[in-house]
Design a protein around this ligand. Structure first.
Ligand code: ATP
Length: 326
């Protein structure tokens, strides 16, 4: 298939929303339209593909998107896509609408849905967008930087009141299975300790001792970051209060971490990744690729191979966190 033969591609966002998804959509649309290829946006991820909820996107319809958080196409988790029947329906919509390729913006679950479509003959390209930054084959996933900044900003505000009342704040950060966000946020706010799903620590040694030592040396406020997958922030606060006598209060940052204007990094890398994805689809080679960030550059890899490994925390950042919190 030559480049000229690709006339129409689709784009969807799926899974959890992440700031910067709009920058990717905009880049896919503008790159395709600059080469005379039309783009259909699919609303609400695979649900929209199954039900046929598609909308034409033009250069003008993606105006003003770069600085908007969330996703203009909406996103969803779609149980039907796990079934053969759902996957068939989704593939049928693509055929009916004349889609010759699909850009899927989301996390690893979304890419498994894309693989199912690729097995039915569709060219698919994935663009990693998840505030968890847990997709193993890429150094960076869209949304992570903004989410770190949002959490750090909120915790900086919390610190003012916590210091004034000489409290211990226990802050729950998103991350059920991955602690990348909690680790980066914890380092960014100078937490007393950071509890991560990937690293099991002795509570007395990791949490209680640093608080006791800090108090002996005159520190009257403390901040503990808990990734939601490690343990309940409430349980941590109760244990801290019982062991140290400090007034420990819980804050769950929750969905606020997904919102807000995308950072410069998410706009810029989102744009680069969207352009790269569109170019892969426009080349018309029936690719099954993931666009990734490697060593400061945007490249691509085989989707199936990319999904095969598990991403661990940065050991050097973890060690730095331990060094500065001791
Ligand atoms: P996040 O990291 O934000 O959770 P994600 O893309 O990993 O993003 P999931 O909920 O795992 O989010 O997946 C999003 C959607 O992708 C699912 O609701 C489903 O429609 C589809 N999907 C996930 N896994 C598969 C699979 N194994 N086969 C087919 N479709 C899948």
């Amino acid at each position: 298939m030559t480049q000229k033969q690709v006339k129409r591609i689709g784009v969807l966002t799926s899974g959890g929303d992440a700031p910067g998804m709009n920058a990717v959509i905009r880049a896919v649309v503008r790159t395709a339209s600059s080469q005379g290829v039309s783009v259909l946006g699919i609303r609400r991820g695979y649900s929209g593909l199954i039900s046929g909820d598609l909308v034409e996107l033009t250069r003008r319809s993606v105006d003003g998107l770069l600085n908007r958080g969330g996703t203009m196409l909406y996103t969803a988790r779609c149980m039907e896509m796990f079934t053969e029947e759902g996957q068939e329906k989704a593939a049928l919509t693509c055929r009916h609408m004349g889609l010759q390729g699909l850009a899927v913006i989301g996390g690893d679950g979304s890419f498994r849905g894309a693989l199912a479509l690729s097995q039915r003959g569709l060219a698919v390209v994935g663009i990693p967008a998840t505030i968890d930054n847990d997709i193993c084959c890429t150094d960076y996933s869209i949304g992570f930087d903004t989410a770190c900044n949002t959490a750090i900003d909120a915790i900086d505000k919390l610190r003012d009141t916590m210091q004034s009342h000489e409290r211990c704040s226990v802050v729950e950060v998103m991350g059920r299975e991955a602690g990348h966000l909690a680790l980066n946020v914890g380092v960014g706010v100078g937490a007393t300790c950071i509890l991560l799903p990937e690293r099991h620590v002795d509570f007395e040694h990791a949490v209680i001792e640093p608080i006791r030592m800090g108090r002996l040396s005159g520190r009257n406020h403390h901040l503990i970051i808990v990734a939601e997958g490690h343990s309940s922030a409430q349980d941590v606060a109760v244990k801290v209060q019982e062991s140290t006598g400090m007034d420990a209060r819980v804050t769950i940052l929750g969905h606020i971490q997904r919102g807000g204007q995308p950072s410069a990094q998410d706009r810029v890398i989102g744009t680069q990744m969207g352009c790269h994805a569109a170019n892969l689809l426009l080349a018309g080679k029936k690719p099954t690729r993931l666009v990734i960030s490697k060593d400061g550059d945007v490249v691509d890899c085989d989707m199936e191979e990319g999904l095969a490994q598990k991403k661990d925390l940065s050991q050097s950042l973890f060690e730095a966190a331990l060094a500065v919190t001791k």
